[in-house]
Design a protein around this ligand. Structure first.
Ligand code: NAD
Ligand code: DAU
Length: 358
Protein backbone atom coordinates (compact mmCIF):
# COMPACT_ATOMS: atom_id res chain seq x y z
CA UNK A 1 0.00 0.00 0.00
CA UNK A 2 1.18 3.52 -0.77
CA UNK A 3 1.79 6.05 2.01
CA UNK A 4 -0.04 9.33 2.00
CA UNK A 5 1.13 12.48 3.78
CA UNK A 6 -0.52 15.65 5.01
CA UNK A 7 2.30 17.93 6.17
CA UNK A 8 5.67 17.43 4.54
CA UNK A 9 8.61 19.28 6.07
CA UNK A 10 11.14 19.99 3.33
CA UNK A 11 14.46 21.18 4.75
CA UNK A 12 16.70 23.18 2.44
CA UNK A 13 13.77 23.86 0.13
CA UNK A 14 15.27 27.12 -1.11
CA UNK A 15 18.34 25.38 -2.51
CA UNK A 16 18.84 23.77 -5.91
CA UNK A 17 17.28 20.31 -5.52
CA UNK A 18 14.93 21.28 -2.66
CA UNK A 19 13.30 24.09 -4.65
CA UNK A 20 12.84 21.80 -7.63
CA UNK A 21 11.28 19.23 -5.25
CA UNK A 22 8.83 21.78 -3.83
CA UNK A 23 7.74 22.82 -7.33
CA UNK A 24 7.19 19.13 -8.06
CA UNK A 25 5.25 18.47 -4.84
CA UNK A 26 2.96 21.44 -5.42
CA UNK A 27 2.67 20.97 -9.16
CA UNK A 28 0.23 19.02 -11.25
CA UNK A 29 2.32 15.93 -11.96
CA UNK A 30 1.73 14.11 -8.65
CA UNK A 31 -0.98 12.90 -6.30
CA UNK A 32 -0.17 15.04 -3.28
CA UNK A 33 -2.78 17.37 -1.85
CA UNK A 34 -1.21 18.22 1.49
CA UNK A 35 0.95 21.05 2.73
CA UNK A 36 4.66 21.74 2.30
CA UNK A 37 6.60 23.42 5.09
CA UNK A 38 9.90 24.72 3.79
CA UNK A 39 12.51 25.19 6.53
CA UNK A 40 15.60 26.93 5.20
CA UNK A 41 18.26 29.16 6.69
CA UNK A 42 18.82 30.96 3.36
CA UNK A 43 22.60 30.58 3.37
CA UNK A 44 24.49 31.82 0.31
CA UNK A 45 23.08 28.75 -1.52
CA UNK A 46 19.45 29.25 -0.53
CA UNK A 47 17.36 31.75 -2.39
CA UNK A 48 13.62 32.36 -2.19
CA UNK A 49 13.68 33.51 -5.80
CA UNK A 50 14.11 29.81 -6.65
CA UNK A 51 10.49 29.48 -5.54
CA UNK A 52 9.06 32.59 -7.17
CA UNK A 53 5.37 32.14 -7.92
CA UNK A 54 5.09 29.07 -5.68
CA UNK A 55 3.61 30.74 -2.58
CA UNK A 56 1.09 32.74 -4.62
CA UNK A 57 -0.09 29.68 -6.52
CA UNK A 58 -0.12 27.20 -3.64
CA UNK A 59 -1.84 29.45 -1.08
CA UNK A 60 -2.26 27.64 2.25
CA UNK A 61 -0.51 24.55 0.90
CA UNK A 62 2.89 26.24 1.23
CA UNK A 63 4.58 27.73 4.30
CA UNK A 64 8.10 29.12 4.52
CA UNK A 65 10.01 29.19 7.81
CA UNK A 66 13.40 30.87 7.83
CA UNK A 67 15.43 28.93 10.35
CA UNK A 68 18.48 26.89 11.16
CA UNK A 69 18.32 23.10 11.55
CA UNK A 70 21.15 23.48 14.07
CA UNK A 71 18.65 25.21 16.37
CA UNK A 72 17.12 22.29 18.25
CA UNK A 73 14.21 24.11 19.86
CA UNK A 74 13.23 25.79 16.62
CA UNK A 75 13.18 22.40 14.86
CA UNK A 76 10.95 20.96 17.60
CA UNK A 77 8.60 23.95 17.36
CA UNK A 78 8.25 23.48 13.61
CA UNK A 79 7.25 19.82 14.08
CA UNK A 80 4.67 20.81 16.65
CA UNK A 81 3.24 23.93 15.04
CA UNK A 82 2.75 22.36 11.61
CA UNK A 83 1.88 18.82 12.71
CA UNK A 84 4.68 17.46 10.54
CA UNK A 85 4.12 13.83 9.48
CA UNK A 86 6.97 13.46 7.01
CA UNK A 87 10.36 14.97 6.27
CA UNK A 88 12.40 15.27 3.11
CA UNK A 89 15.76 16.35 4.42
CA UNK A 90 17.79 18.22 1.80
CA UNK A 91 19.33 20.98 3.96
CA UNK A 92 23.09 20.71 3.89
CA UNK A 93 26.30 22.41 3.05
CA UNK A 94 26.79 20.80 -0.34
CA UNK A 95 29.94 22.05 -2.09
CA UNK A 96 33.02 19.81 -1.81
CA UNK A 97 35.56 22.60 -2.47
CA UNK A 98 34.10 24.73 0.32
CA UNK A 99 34.30 21.78 2.70
CA UNK A 100 38.03 21.59 2.02
CA UNK A 101 38.57 25.29 2.76
CA UNK A 102 36.20 25.58 5.77
CA UNK A 103 34.68 22.33 7.03
CA UNK A 104 33.04 23.67 10.22
CA UNK A 105 29.58 24.40 8.81
CA UNK A 106 29.58 20.98 7.12
CA UNK A 107 29.91 19.27 10.47
CA UNK A 108 27.40 21.44 12.30
CA UNK A 109 24.72 21.55 9.60
CA UNK A 110 25.10 18.14 8.02
CA UNK A 111 25.70 16.15 11.21
CA UNK A 112 24.24 18.11 14.14
CA UNK A 113 21.40 19.49 12.01
CA UNK A 114 20.40 15.99 10.93
CA UNK A 115 20.64 14.79 14.54
CA UNK A 116 18.27 17.59 15.65
CA UNK A 117 15.74 16.64 12.99
CA UNK A 118 15.87 12.97 13.95
CA UNK A 119 15.38 13.83 17.61
CA UNK A 120 12.44 16.11 16.82
CA UNK A 121 10.84 13.47 14.59
CA UNK A 122 11.28 10.79 17.25
CA UNK A 123 9.67 13.01 19.87
CA UNK A 124 6.80 14.23 17.67
CA UNK A 125 5.98 10.78 16.27
CA UNK A 126 6.01 8.82 19.51
CA UNK A 127 3.06 6.42 19.46
CA UNK A 128 2.23 7.08 15.79
CA UNK A 129 3.04 4.52 13.14
CA UNK A 130 0.80 5.32 10.19
CA UNK A 131 2.11 7.24 7.22
CA UNK A 132 4.97 9.00 8.93
CA UNK A 133 8.35 9.02 7.26
CA UNK A 134 11.78 10.61 7.48
CA UNK A 135 13.42 10.58 4.06
CA UNK A 136 17.08 11.50 4.09
CA UNK A 137 18.73 12.83 0.94
CA UNK A 138 22.29 11.66 0.55
CA UNK A 139 24.94 11.36 -2.06
CA UNK A 140 26.98 8.78 -3.95
CA UNK A 141 30.11 10.47 -2.58
CA UNK A 142 29.77 8.54 0.69
CA UNK A 143 30.99 5.44 -1.18
CA UNK A 144 34.34 7.03 -2.07
CA UNK A 145 36.03 6.70 -5.42
CA UNK A 146 35.89 4.02 -8.14
CA UNK A 147 38.59 2.89 -10.52
CA UNK A 148 37.78 2.42 -14.20
CA UNK A 149 35.37 -0.46 -13.51
CA UNK A 150 32.54 -1.26 -11.15
CA UNK A 151 29.58 0.57 -9.65
CA UNK A 152 28.33 1.80 -6.29
CA UNK A 153 25.57 -0.47 -5.02
CA UNK A 154 23.44 -0.08 -1.91
CA UNK A 155 25.71 -2.55 -0.11
CA UNK A 156 28.99 -0.91 -1.16
CA UNK A 157 31.05 0.04 1.90
CA UNK A 158 31.20 3.68 2.94
CA UNK A 159 34.58 5.30 2.27
CA UNK A 160 34.11 9.08 2.20
CA UNK A 161 37.13 11.20 1.22
CA UNK A 162 36.20 14.85 1.70
CA UNK A 163 34.91 16.68 4.78
CA UNK A 164 31.65 17.08 2.83
CA UNK A 165 31.21 13.39 2.06
CA UNK A 166 32.37 12.40 5.57
CA UNK A 167 29.70 14.67 7.06
CA UNK A 168 27.06 13.17 4.76
CA UNK A 169 28.19 9.65 5.66
CA UNK A 170 27.90 10.52 9.36
CA UNK A 171 24.37 11.80 8.81
CA UNK A 172 23.42 8.63 6.87
CA UNK A 173 24.65 6.48 9.75
CA UNK A 174 22.63 8.53 12.25
CA UNK A 175 19.47 8.14 10.15
CA UNK A 176 19.91 4.37 9.98
CA UNK A 177 20.76 4.20 13.69
CA UNK A 178 17.47 5.93 14.55
CA UNK A 179 15.64 3.31 12.53
CA UNK A 180 17.43 0.34 14.09
CA UNK A 181 17.49 1.64 17.64
CA UNK A 182 14.22 3.53 18.00
CA UNK A 183 12.19 2.16 15.10
CA UNK A 184 11.95 5.59 13.43
CA UNK A 185 10.41 5.07 9.97
CA UNK A 186 13.16 6.18 7.62
CA UNK A 187 14.19 5.80 4.01
CA UNK A 188 17.41 7.05 2.49
CA UNK A 189 18.61 7.78 -1.03
CA UNK A 190 22.11 8.21 -2.40
CA UNK A 191 22.10 10.12 -5.66
CA UNK A 192 24.73 10.95 -8.25
CA UNK A 193 25.48 14.46 -9.61
CA UNK A 194 22.38 16.52 -10.37
CA UNK A 195 22.12 19.28 -12.94
CA UNK A 196 19.32 21.57 -14.10
CA UNK A 197 17.71 24.96 -13.39
CA UNK A 198 18.45 26.90 -10.18
CA UNK A 199 21.79 25.20 -9.48
CA UNK A 200 24.14 27.59 -7.72
CA UNK A 201 26.89 28.67 -10.15
CA UNK A 202 29.76 27.39 -7.99
CA UNK A 203 28.97 23.87 -9.28
CA UNK A 204 30.61 22.47 -12.42
CA UNK A 205 27.84 22.60 -15.05
CA UNK A 206 26.40 26.07 -14.29
CA UNK A 207 29.91 27.47 -13.75
CA UNK A 208 31.01 26.20 -17.17
CA UNK A 209 27.81 27.41 -18.90
CA UNK A 210 28.09 30.91 -17.45
CA UNK A 211 31.82 31.22 -18.08
CA UNK A 212 31.27 30.17 -21.70
CA UNK A 213 28.46 32.70 -22.11
CA UNK A 214 30.63 35.42 -20.58
CA UNK A 215 33.91 34.50 -22.32
CA UNK A 216 35.68 33.68 -19.02
CA UNK A 217 38.26 30.89 -18.41
CA UNK A 218 36.91 27.33 -18.01
CA UNK A 219 38.89 25.92 -15.03
CA UNK A 220 39.32 22.13 -15.26
CA UNK A 221 40.80 20.47 -12.19
CA UNK A 222 43.76 18.12 -12.73
CA UNK A 223 43.80 16.21 -16.01
CA UNK A 224 40.05 16.62 -16.60
CA UNK A 225 39.53 12.86 -16.64
CA UNK A 226 37.56 12.54 -13.41
CA UNK A 227 34.19 10.97 -14.09
CA UNK A 228 30.76 11.89 -12.76
CA UNK A 229 27.37 10.27 -13.41
CA UNK A 230 24.90 13.05 -14.29
CA UNK A 231 21.15 13.08 -13.63
CA UNK A 232 18.54 15.74 -14.44
CA UNK A 233 17.22 17.17 -11.16
CA UNK A 234 13.56 16.40 -11.92
CA UNK A 235 14.42 12.70 -12.31
CA UNK A 236 16.01 12.75 -8.85
CA UNK A 237 12.83 14.21 -7.37
CA UNK A 238 10.57 11.70 -9.12
CA UNK A 239 12.70 8.96 -7.54
CA UNK A 240 12.48 10.56 -4.09
CA UNK A 241 8.69 10.72 -4.30
CA UNK A 242 8.47 7.06 -5.34
CA UNK A 243 10.59 6.09 -2.34
CA UNK A 244 8.42 8.23 -0.05
CA UNK A 245 5.30 6.53 -1.33
CA UNK A 246 6.45 2.95 -1.70
CA UNK A 247 10.00 2.48 -0.39
CA UNK A 248 10.69 -0.13 2.25
CA UNK A 249 11.33 1.33 5.70
CA UNK A 250 14.92 1.17 6.86
CA UNK A 251 16.23 0.72 3.33
CA UNK A 252 18.39 2.81 1.10
CA UNK A 253 18.05 3.34 -2.64
CA UNK A 254 20.74 4.44 -5.08
CA UNK A 255 19.64 6.93 -7.74
CA UNK A 256 21.81 7.64 -10.77
CA UNK A 257 21.89 8.81 -14.34
CA UNK A 258 23.68 5.77 -15.82
CA UNK A 259 25.34 8.59 -17.67
CA UNK A 260 29.08 8.80 -17.02
CA UNK A 261 31.15 11.66 -18.39
CA UNK A 262 34.79 12.66 -18.08
CA UNK A 263 34.82 16.34 -17.08
CA UNK A 264 36.76 17.40 -20.16
CA UNK A 265 34.40 15.54 -22.50
CA UNK A 266 31.43 17.17 -20.78
CA UNK A 267 32.97 20.61 -21.27
CA UNK A 268 33.39 19.84 -24.96
CA UNK A 269 29.75 18.75 -25.17
CA UNK A 270 28.69 22.00 -23.47
CA UNK A 271 30.84 23.95 -25.93
CA UNK A 272 28.96 22.31 -28.78
CA UNK A 273 25.55 23.01 -27.21
CA UNK A 274 26.37 26.63 -26.33
CA UNK A 275 27.79 27.28 -29.78
CA UNK A 276 24.36 26.28 -31.17
CA UNK A 277 22.11 27.83 -28.50
CA UNK A 278 24.04 31.09 -27.98
CA UNK A 279 25.62 31.34 -31.45
CA UNK A 280 29.19 31.33 -30.11
CA UNK A 281 32.29 30.29 -32.05
CA UNK A 282 33.25 26.81 -30.70
CA UNK A 283 36.93 27.36 -31.49
CA UNK A 284 37.00 30.50 -29.34
CA UNK A 285 35.18 28.66 -26.53
CA UNK A 286 37.76 25.83 -26.64
CA UNK A 287 40.53 28.39 -26.13
CA UNK A 288 38.96 29.29 -22.77
CA UNK A 289 39.80 25.86 -21.29
CA UNK A 290 42.51 26.03 -18.60
CA UNK A 291 43.78 23.07 -16.62
CA UNK A 292 44.23 24.20 -13.02
CA UNK A 293 45.63 22.65 -9.84
CA UNK A 294 43.62 19.58 -8.82
CA UNK A 295 41.13 19.46 -5.95
CA UNK A 296 42.88 17.80 -2.96
CA UNK A 297 41.68 14.20 -2.58
CA UNK A 298 39.69 14.51 -5.83
CA UNK A 299 37.57 11.36 -6.26
CA UNK A 300 38.33 9.82 -9.64
CA UNK A 301 35.08 8.21 -10.68
CA UNK A 302 31.50 7.93 -9.46
CA UNK A 303 29.06 5.53 -11.07
CA UNK A 304 25.79 4.34 -9.61
CA UNK A 305 24.10 1.00 -9.99
CA UNK A 306 20.44 2.02 -9.67
CA UNK A 307 19.04 -1.40 -10.50
CA UNK A 308 17.26 -1.68 -7.15
CA UNK A 309 15.00 1.37 -7.51
CA UNK A 310 14.30 0.43 -11.12
CA UNK A 311 13.34 -3.14 -10.31
CA UNK A 312 11.52 -2.56 -7.03
CA UNK A 313 9.84 0.81 -7.54
CA UNK A 314 9.66 1.04 -11.33
CA UNK A 315 11.72 4.26 -11.54
CA UNK A 316 13.38 5.31 -14.82
CA UNK A 317 15.36 8.34 -15.94
CA UNK A 318 13.11 10.41 -18.22
CA UNK A 319 15.34 13.22 -19.47
CA UNK A 320 18.00 12.33 -22.00
CA UNK A 321 21.34 14.07 -21.33
CA UNK A 322 21.62 16.30 -24.39
CA UNK A 323 18.00 17.42 -23.97
CA UNK A 324 18.58 18.12 -20.24
CA UNK A 325 21.74 20.11 -20.99
CA UNK A 326 19.98 22.15 -23.68
CA UNK A 327 17.12 22.94 -21.29
CA UNK A 328 19.65 23.92 -18.62
CA UNK A 329 21.68 26.13 -20.97
CA UNK A 330 18.50 27.88 -22.14
CA UNK A 331 17.35 28.34 -18.55
CA UNK A 332 20.59 30.10 -17.58
CA UNK A 333 20.50 32.23 -20.74
CA UNK A 334 16.96 33.34 -19.87
CA UNK A 335 17.69 33.92 -16.16
CA UNK A 336 20.75 36.15 -16.16
CA UNK A 337 18.99 38.44 -13.66
CA UNK A 338 18.78 35.50 -11.22
CA UNK A 339 22.44 34.70 -11.87
CA UNK A 340 23.52 38.27 -11.22
CA UNK A 341 21.54 38.42 -8.00
CA UNK A 342 22.88 35.15 -6.56
CA UNK A 343 26.40 36.23 -7.36
CA UNK A 344 26.57 38.25 -4.18
CA UNK A 345 29.68 39.65 -2.58
CA UNK A 346 30.05 36.28 -0.86
CA UNK A 347 30.08 34.48 -4.21
CA UNK A 348 32.73 36.78 -5.63
CA UNK A 349 34.92 36.22 -2.56
CA UNK A 350 34.57 32.43 -3.06
CA UNK A 351 35.58 32.61 -6.72
CA UNK A 352 38.61 34.66 -5.77
CA UNK A 353 39.61 32.27 -2.98
CA UNK A 354 39.08 29.08 -5.00
CA UNK A 355 40.45 29.99 -8.42
CA UNK A 356 42.75 32.98 -8.30
CA UNK A 357 45.21 31.17 -6.03
CA UNK A 358 45.36 28.04 -8.20
P1 NAD B 1 22.26 23.55 -2.14
O1 NAD B 1 23.56 23.93 -1.55
O2 NAD B 1 21.84 24.12 -3.44
O3 NAD B 1 21.08 23.87 -1.11
C1 NAD B 1 21.19 23.62 0.26
C2 NAD B 1 20.05 24.35 0.96
O4 NAD B 1 20.14 24.08 2.37
C3 NAD B 1 20.09 25.88 0.82
O5 NAD B 1 18.81 26.38 0.53
C4 NAD B 1 20.57 26.36 2.19
O6 NAD B 1 20.08 27.66 2.52
C5 NAD B 1 19.99 25.29 3.09
N1 NAD B 1 20.71 25.18 4.37
C6 NAD B 1 22.06 25.08 4.53
N2 NAD B 1 22.37 25.03 5.84
C7 NAD B 1 21.20 25.09 6.51
C8 NAD B 1 20.86 25.06 7.89
N3 NAD B 1 21.79 24.98 8.84
N4 NAD B 1 19.54 25.13 8.24
C9 NAD B 1 18.57 25.20 7.30
N5 NAD B 1 18.85 25.25 5.97
C10 NAD B 1 20.14 25.19 5.59
O7 NAD B 1 22.27 21.97 -2.18
P2 NAD B 1 21.68 20.95 -3.27
O8 NAD B 1 22.65 20.77 -4.35
O9 NAD B 1 20.29 21.34 -3.57
O10 NAD B 1 21.69 19.61 -2.41
C11 NAD B 1 20.59 19.29 -1.57
C12 NAD B 1 20.86 17.96 -0.88
O11 NAD B 1 21.07 16.95 -1.84
C13 NAD B 1 22.10 17.96 0.01
O12 NAD B 1 21.80 17.20 1.16
C14 NAD B 1 23.16 17.26 -0.83
O13 NAD B 1 24.09 16.61 -0.01
C15 NAD B 1 22.30 16.28 -1.61
N6 NAD B 1 22.81 15.88 -2.92
C16 NAD B 1 23.16 16.81 -3.84
C17 NAD B 1 23.56 16.41 -5.11
C18 NAD B 1 23.94 17.41 -6.17
O14 NAD B 1 24.42 17.01 -7.23
N7 NAD B 1 23.73 18.70 -5.97
C19 NAD B 1 23.62 15.04 -5.42
C20 NAD B 1 23.27 14.11 -4.43
C21 NAD B 1 22.84 14.54 -3.19
O1 DAU C 1 27.97 13.12 -6.61
C1 DAU C 1 27.03 13.89 -5.93
C2 DAU C 1 27.67 15.18 -5.49
O2 DAU C 1 27.86 15.96 -6.67
C3 DAU C 1 26.86 15.95 -4.46
O3 DAU C 1 26.78 15.20 -3.28
C4 DAU C 1 27.50 17.31 -4.17
O4 DAU C 1 26.65 18.06 -3.30
C5 DAU C 1 27.65 18.05 -5.47
O5 DAU C 1 28.32 19.29 -5.24
C6 DAU C 1 28.45 17.22 -6.47
O6 DAU C 1 29.83 17.07 -6.03
P1 DAU C 1 31.03 17.10 -7.10
O7 DAU C 1 32.27 17.43 -6.39
O8 DAU C 1 31.02 15.89 -7.95
O9 DAU C 1 30.51 18.32 -8.02
P2 DAU C 1 31.22 19.64 -8.57
O10 DAU C 1 30.20 20.33 -9.42
O11 DAU C 1 31.88 20.43 -7.51
O12 DAU C 1 32.35 19.04 -9.51
C7 DAU C 1 32.06 18.11 -10.54
C8 DAU C 1 33.38 17.68 -11.17
O13 DAU C 1 33.97 18.80 -11.84
C9 DAU C 1 34.41 17.22 -10.17
O14 DAU C 1 35.17 16.16 -10.74
C10 DAU C 1 35.29 18.44 -9.94
C11 DAU C 1 35.26 19.10 -11.30
N1 DAU C 1 35.41 20.58 -11.30
C12 DAU C 1 34.56 21.31 -10.51
C13 DAU C 1 34.63 22.68 -10.49
C14 DAU C 1 33.71 23.50 -9.60
C15 DAU C 1 36.32 21.20 -12.15
O15 DAU C 1 37.07 20.54 -12.89
N2 DAU C 1 36.38 22.57 -12.15
C16 DAU C 1 35.58 23.34 -11.35
O16 DAU C 1 35.72 24.59 -11.38
Amino acid sequence: MERSFKNILVTGGAGFIGSNMIRYLLGEKIDFEGRVINLDLLTYAGNLENLSGVAEKAGKRYVFVKGDIRDKSLVEEVFEEFDVDSVIHFAAESHVDRSIVSPDAFITTNVIGTFNLLEAAKKAWEGKDNDILFHHISTDEVYGSLGPHGYFREDSPYDPHSPYSASKAASDHLVMAYHHTYGLPVTLSNCSNNYGPYQFPEKFIPLMILNMLEGKPLPIYGDGKNIRDWLYVEDHNIAVWLIMKKGILGQKYNIGGENEWENIKLVNKLIYIISCEAKKDPELLKKLIVFVKDRPGHDRRYAIDCGKIKRELGWRQTVEFEEGLRRTVRWYMEHMDWVNRVRSGEYMRWIELNYLKR
